[in-house]
Unconditional design. Structure first.
Length: 398
């Protein structure tokens, strides 16, 4: 029987999308594969009112090796980097000590230092390596504002090192067409020994379904997810304010590095019809995602090919249309254009402002129709079984 080592800092009971996806993959592969997981410490917030979500709890076949890590502020860049280096080193050392000749290594691209360390292990031990690309590093540091220029010496050094690390993989799994393009470019033509395949994220069609919602007097746009640096939310708030449509309300669910800044922006600019809510439990997703007319998914300028928001597929599972703001050739934009289940705007320009300004009650019926398409698509193309079968095929063929 094959043995697969999955390395991920975040794993059950953490409720991030990475933790959820890797736990589901581990369970699915364990049906006919020996699966071992090396991960960070259990950091579930026990202060929450709801109990752990056991819907993606690893089964008894999955062997878990947890590594300790210091408790540092993830919203401070230096603290976050230090924690990533420490946990990556511990995880890699555990792998190196337990790895057998024919074992398969399966990692995700966060934390970034883990890429370099597992690439070195692969070159030394010659095991097969699969990298699930959720982030393209260091390219994603530019739109995030972490590094200022691609021309800097530091960036060029990191780009060279990480290109070598990505090239060490036997299979690179991109989660969208734009990301596949970016990853191939990153390999600098060195695709002879590395396959770059697409396996999209999926929607939880079992636990998230469209619910009947009492109609509100206002049209509600909802943002639910990480309020981070690469979502371009500051620009959306400013455009929303300039649109000045009293009929439209913006609800923000989640937490992140930009939340405090956005709250201060709303207060200083006296932006009306914006409501901030806290982070939410995975069990609450169905109720929260249904509590809107349309869901906002956005990426900042420069994020083409560097990320595909996984929350999109759960939004679709809830039967909601998508308001997507980002490059019109990116994966989510292409899906919306192909199936007409939302609206695409290529940045925060006058077109978006006018669209927001002109929204009226009659548009709710149109959005409901587009939402039904979202649900149909996710059931046919982006359900859990459809996507997990793709991962299993990769493991079987490698």
């Amino acid at each position: 029987m094959k043995r697969v080592w999955i390395l991920t800092e975040l794993f059950y009971p953490e409720e991030t999308s990475t933790s959820y996806i890797l736990a589901k993959i581990a369970n699915y592969l364990s049906e006919d594969t020996d699966v071992c997981v090396i991960c960070g410490p259990e950091q579930y917030d026990s202060s929450r009112k709801l109990e752990k979500d056991t819907s993606f709890e690893p089964n008894e076949k999955v062997k878990i090796f947890r590594q300790s890590a210091p408790s540092l502020n993830k919203n401070k860049l230096l603290s976050r980097l230090l924690k990533q280096i420490i946990i990556s080193t511990k995880m890699s050392w555990t792998l190196l000590r337990r790895l057998h000749k024919d074992d398969i290594i399966f990692i995700v691209t966060n934390p970034a230092p883990l890429l370099i360390l597992t690439a070195l292990i692969k070159r030394f031990k010659k095991n097969k390596l699969i990298i699930l690309v959720h982030d393209v590093f260091p390219e994603n540091t530019i739109p995030a504002g972490v590094l200022k220029s691609e021309k800097s010496f530091g960036y060029k050094c990191l780009a060279y090192i990480f290109s070598k690390a990505y090239s060490a993989a036997d299979v690179l799994v991109a989660i969208g067409r734009d990301m596949q393009e970016k990853v191939v470019q990153k390999l600098r033509g060195n695709t002879k020994n590395t396959d770059v395949v697409i396996v999209e994220n999926w929607g939880d069609t079992e636990h998230i379904k469209p619910l009947y919602r009492t109609s509100s007097e206002k049209l509600i746009i909802q943002y639910a997810g990480n309020v981070g640096r690469v979502q371009g939310l500051k620009e959306f708030f400013e455009t929303f304010n300039n649109a000045n449509n009293p009929f439209v309300e913006l609800d923000v669910w989640g937490d992140g590095a930009m939340k405090k800044h956005l709250e201060e922006l709303v207060k200083s600019q006296k932006i009306e019809n914006v409501n901030f809510h806290g982070s939410y439990h995975r069990k609450e997703q169905e109720q929260i995602l249904n509590d809107c007319d349309i869901a906002l998914v956005s990426l900042a300028d420069g994020m083409y090919g560097l990320g595909v928001p996984s929350k999109t597929y759960n939004i679709m599972a809830a039967g909601k249309p998508i308001l997507y703001i980002g490059d019109e050739k990116s994966e989510i934009a292409l899906v919306i254009k192909e199936y007409n289940n939302g609206y695409v705007f290529n940045g925060y320009d006058e077109n978006l402002k006018q669209w927001l300004s002109n929204l009226k009650n009659e548009d709710k019926a149109i959005m409901t129709s587009k939402g039904k398409i979202s649900r149909e698509i996710v059931e046919k193309k982006f359900s859990e079984k459809v996507i997990l079968d793709k991962f299993k095929n990769i493991i079987d063929k490698i």
